[in-house]
Design a protein around this ligand. Structure first.
Ligand code: CP
Length: 333
């Protein structure tokens, strides 16, 4: 494996093999598998899970890692092509990224959406320009419109809790005080569709997922024998659900207009997931969220601290599946 940037780049049987490898590494650790290998981690945005779990994954396989956070202990990096660099950035990614890649065996990059131009973000303009500079194996640590490591961990989590392959998966918008990127909803939607689930996107008006994201997921659902719907009808969406996956994202109509978005979401405080949301779901319905989550804003304490929440297991699976990605990418190379 040379690149892990989008789960959609892999066939379903390849994802299942990767999940088998993850389970195998979990049951039978290989503490020397990546001895002598180095992972570089370049974070343009904050992280708790991705940063810690990738470092831990390399260490557990006998390798090591280094972390660069531009502007925090290292030079601020410019990403715009053709920029006149007379402001804060001391170095351009065109120099910085090849240098970093030359020090390691694989490089991971996190670069969130700018959340200004929807087409730019959906086209992954910034991430792809940086990816073109990496001659080594590359991992997407969350780009403008994708988070494949989260999606893979979520697939394993569904398997771990024996959620049926064709179970009802509700991806529900949840309240946040400001607009967040589309990366996780897009990646998780695709994962559930590719798994063959009955997928429902539940969101208020103004927050419909972009057509390109929905069409891509619909194609994956068709291949896997699943279904895909989108609705703002909470009661209909939640009825019979096996899983509620809560996630916050910014308004897509309008996109990138913080004032209009703030006005739209000012009436949506009741999109905080509470116990009452589970009145008509399956009794054993699970609650998932990629974390970080704002308590009593996106999800109430009563749900996060209750038995249906599997967010801790989900976060732990980041470590497990990323060991599999690194193993497949670097072992024997
Ligand atoms: N879910 C996730 O990617 O968490 P971090 O932003 O903390 O890495």
């Amino acid at each position: 494996m040379k690149r892990f940037v989008d789960l959609a780049d892999f066939r379903r049987d390849e994802v299942l093999a990767l999940l088998d490898l993850a389970r195998s590494l979990q049951a039978h650790p290989q503490p020397q598998a990546l001895a002598g290998k180095i992972l570089g981690l370049l974070f343009f945005n904050p992280s708790l899970r991705t940063l810690a779990s990738f470092q831990a994954a390399m260490a557990r396989l006998g390798g090591s890692s280094f972390v660069i956070t531009p502007g925090e202990g290292s030079w601020r990096l410019e990403t715009r092509l053709g920029a006149v660099m007379d402001a804060d950035a001391a170095e351009h990614v065109r120099e910085g990224i090849p240098v970093l890649a030359s020090y390691c065996d694989a490089l991971g990059i996190r670069a969130f959406a700018a959340c200004k131009d929807l087409n730019d973000d959906l086209s992954e303009t910034v991430f792809n320009a940086m990816a073109d500079l990496v001659a080594k194996p590359l991992i997407n640590l969350e780009s403008a419109a994708n988070h494949p490591c989260q999606a893979l961990a979520d697939w394993k989590t569904l398997d771990d809790f024996a959620v049926p392959q064709n179970g009802k998966f509700v991806l529900s918008w949840a309240y946040h005080p400001r607009a967040l990127p589309l990366a996780v909803p897009a990646a998780v939607l695709h994962m559930a569709a590719m798994r063959g689930m009955q997928v429902v996107v539940l969101r208020p008006d103004g927050y419909a997922l972009p057509r390109t994201i929905m069409d891509k997921a619909a194609r994956a659902a068709a291949v896997a024998g699943g279904t895909l719907q989108e609705t703002s009808d909470r009661a209909a969406a939640l009825a019979g659900a096996h899983v509620v996956y809560a996630k916050e994202w910014g308004a897509t109509a309008p996109y990138g207009d913080a004032e209009a978005d703030a006005h739209l979401r000012s009436t949506l405080r009741d999109w905080c997931v509470r116990d009452s949301w589970f009145a008509t779901t399956r009794v054993d319905c699970r609650l998932m969220h990629c974390l970080p989550v704002r308590r009593n804003t996106a999800i109430a304490d009563e749900v996060l601290d209750g038995p249906r929440s599997i967010v801790q297991h989900e976060a732990h699976n980041r470590l497990v599946v990323q060991m599999a990605v690194l193993h497949q990418m670097l072992q024997g190379v």
